[in-house]
Design a protein. Structure first.
Length: 72
């Protein structure tokens, strides 16, 4: 089960399994890059419209997202 895509939230860019120790890095079409700990991301119920992680201008969009695993 994945997120419900709509005009409000757009298409899914990436899906990965993460832990609280991992981080996520996202890149927008305009070149904005953010890196955040997964520990701070709210857990949502199944089949929902998700949680906003990156605020973008109306014409910008996320083009890439990846997990950064904690180094041992």
């Amino acid at each position: 089960i994945n997120i419900q895509c709509s005009e409000r939230n757009g298409d899914v860019v990436a899906v990965d399994s993460v832990t609280d120790e991992d981080e996520v890095m996202m890149i927008s079409q305009s070149g904005i890059v953010i890196r955040m700990p997964c520990k701070g991301i709210s857990i949502i119920g199944r089949n929902t419209q998700g949680v906003r992680l990156m605020k973008l201008d109306e014409k910008d969009k996320v083009v890439s997202a990846t997990k950064i695993a904690r180094e041992e």
